[in-house]
Design a binder for this molecule. Structure first.
Ligand code: DLL
Length: 432
C-alpha cells in the first residue's frame, strides 16, 4: 500500500478546494505566460489569470477544443521547453493528424501517482502479478498503466496487445492475478482461452482493469459471469494525461476523479454553460498540475454526471458516471437519435446473444437502413432454427418498443465479427 498516495483520496473537501484553487491559479498564469494561443484566447474573452478569485470563476475562461490541438500540431500548445519534455504520446483520430501530447519528468511522476491511486482504488496490491495488455507505443494505455503498477510495487508483465495465444500461456504459467486491457480485447482473450481448453475460470485471475472504450453495465455483468473475475472501469484520455483520470473503486458506483490534478466541470454541450452537480452533460477538464501540456477547460465530448456525496468506500473525491457515449457518436437513423451503447445494453439483456456485435448503417434512396448484427451463443447456433427465429423477433421487438426503430437483425455465427486487440469498432456507417 502506498499510504502517502492513498490518503490523497480522503481529504476533506474544503482543504481539497483550497489546493485546487492555488494550483488552478498557478496553471492559468503558466499558460498565459508561455502559450501564445492562451494569451490570445484569454484576451478575446477579456480575461486574465487575475480574474480567478474562486473555483467557480473558471467558467469565465474559454474552452480548449481538439481542433485547437490539431491547429497547433505538433507541439504548439506546449507550456514547457522541449528540453524539459521527456516523453511524447499521440492518439490517432479517425481522420488526419494525430493529437500529440507531451510530458515533463514531473508530469510522468504525477501520471504514475494517479495510476497507482487507480490500482489502489481497485484493491490491487504489491502481491498481484499483473498482465498489462494495453498497447505500448504512442497510445497512452500501455506505458501509463506500467508506471503506475511499478509505483505500487506489483509484478508487471508488459505484454502489450495482441499475440493472444501467448497471452493465455503467460496468464497460466506466470500465475497472473490481474489483467489490464480494453474490455473488448479481454472478451476475445476469454473466448480464445476457452477454445484452447484453459478457460479463465481455471486461472488465478481475479480482477480486470478495463477502459479506453465505452462499455455498458450489462457488459460488465456478462464479463463477470462468464469468467468469474471482478471487472473495473477506468477512464482517461490522452489530452488530459492518458489513463489515470478516474477509476472505479470496489463499491463500483461511479469513477473517482483524481481531482487534485484534474479539475472537472459538466457543461451543456449546446450552450457551453456549466451545469449543477448531478446533471448530465459534457465533461470538461482543466489540468491543474501538468507542466508540458496543461489544457484549460478541455472539452472531452464524453457525456457523464458528477456526484459529490461521499462514496461507500469512504473516498471524498468526486465520482463520475461511466461514460456510455460521446456527444459526437450519436447515430441519427431515420430521424431517431440513438447511441451504440443503447443497442449494446438491449442486446446483452437478452439471453442467447454474445457480447460481439456490429451496427451497420446504409441507405436505400433517401431511407436509412439499420442492421444489428450479433453473434449468438454456440449452443443456440447449433440449436434448431426456431430458437434463432425467436431470438431475432425478440431483438426486433425490443428495438421497436424501446427506440421506435425497426431494424434488420442478423444472427451470425460465433467468431464471425472481427475482433480487435485495442479499441473495438462497433459501428459501420456506409451512408457517407
Ligand atoms: O483511451 C486512455 C486510456 C487508456 C483510458 C487505457 C483507459 C484505459 P485516448 O486514446 O485518447 O485515451 O481516448 C480517449 O476514449 O475521450 C473516451 O471517449 C474513451 N474512453 C476512455 N476510457 C473510457 C471508458 C485513452 N472507461 C477517449 N469508458 C475518451 C468510456 C472511454 N469511454
Amino acid at each position: 500500500m502506498r499510504e502517502d498516495l492513498y490518503l490523497k483520496d480522503f481529504l476533506d473537501r474544503d482543504s481539497l478546494r483550497q489546493i485546487q484553487l492555488v494550483r488552478l491559479r498557478e496553471t492559468l498564469e503558466r499558460v498565459y505566460e508561455r502559450v501564445p494561443f492562451y494569451r490570445r484566447s484569454f484576451a478575446e474573452r477579456g480575461v486574465s489569470p487575475a480574474d480567478l478569485t474562486c473555483l467557480e470563476d473558471l467558467a469565465k475562461f474559454p474552452f480548449t477544443l481538439k481542433t485547437d490541438l490539431r491547429d497547433h500540431y505538433p507541439f504548439g500548445l506546449f507550456a514547457a521547453d522541449m528540453s524539459e519534455v521527456v516523453r511524447i504520446h499521440a492518439s490517432s483520430g479517425t481522420t488526419g493528424r494525430p493529437t500529440v501530447v507531451g510530458y515533463t519528468q514531473e508530469d510522468i511522476r504525477i501520471w504514475s501517482e494517479v495510476m497507482c491511486r487507480t490500482f489502489q482504488c481497485i484493491g490491487i496490491t504489491p502481491d498481484d502479478v499483473v498482465q498489462n495488455a494495453y498497447g505500448y507505443g504512442l497510445f497512452t494505455g500501455g506505458l501509463g498503466a506500467h508506471y503506475g503498477l511499478e509505483r505500487l510495487g506489483c509484478t508487471v508483465i508488459p505484454m502489450s496487445g495482441g499475440n493472444t495465444e501467448k497471452q493465455i500461456m503467460v496468464m497460466n504459467d506466470f500465475g497472473v492475478t490481474v489483467i489490464c486491457s480494453t474490455p473488448s480485447y479481454f472478451l476475445f482473450l476469454a473466448e480464445k482461452a476457452e477454445e484452447m481448453g484453459c478457460p479463465i475460470s481455471g486461472t488465478k485471475l481475479r480482477k480486470g482493469v478495463f477502459g479506453a472504450e465505452p462499455w455498458s453495465e450489462e457488459m460488465r455483468q456478462r464479463i463477470e459471469s462468464m469468467t468469474g473475475i471482478d471487472a473495473y472501469d477506468i477512464y482517461g484520455l490522452s489530452e488530459v494525461i492518458g489513463p489515470g483520470v478516474s477509476s472505479d473503486c470496489e463499491a463500483k458506483c461511479g469513477l473517482h476523479i483524481f481531482e487534485d490534478h484534474f479539475y472537472p466541470e459538466i457543461i451543456d454541450p449546446g450552450t457551453g454553460e456549466v451545469l449543477p452537480p448531478g446533471s448530465e452533460g459534457e465533461l470538461v477538464f482543466t489540468m491543474i498540475t501538468k507542466q508540458a501540456l496543461p489544457l484549460i477547460r478541455y472539452r472531452t465530448r464524453d457525456i457523464s454526471r458528477l456526484h459529490y456525496d461521499k462514496c461507500a468506500c469512504g473516498r471524498t473525491i468526486v465520482r463520475m458516471d461511466r461514460v456510455s457515449h460521446r456527444s459526437d457518436d450519436m447515430l441519427i437513423v431515420r430521424g431517431v437519435n440513438l447511441f451504440p451503447s443503447q443497442i449494446e445494453s438491449l442486446l446483452l439483456d437478452i439471453e442467447g446473444t454474445s457480447p460481439h456485435y456490429l451496427i451497420v448503417l446504409s441507405r436505400t434512396g433517401a431511407m436509412d437502413d439499420l442492421e444489428v448484427r450479433v453473434e449468438v451463443s454456440p449452443e443456440l447456433f447449433s440449436d434448431e432454427i426456431r430458437g434463432l427465429e425467436r431470438l431475432r423477433n425478440t431483438i426486433g421487438q425490443r428495438m421497436k418498443e424501446l427506440y421506435g426503430l425497426s431494424a434488420k437483425v442478423s444472427l451470425v455465427e460465433p467468431g464471425s465479427i472481427e475482433r480487435s486487440v485495442g479499441k473495438a469498432k462497433r459501428v459501420l456507417d456506409l451512408r457517407k
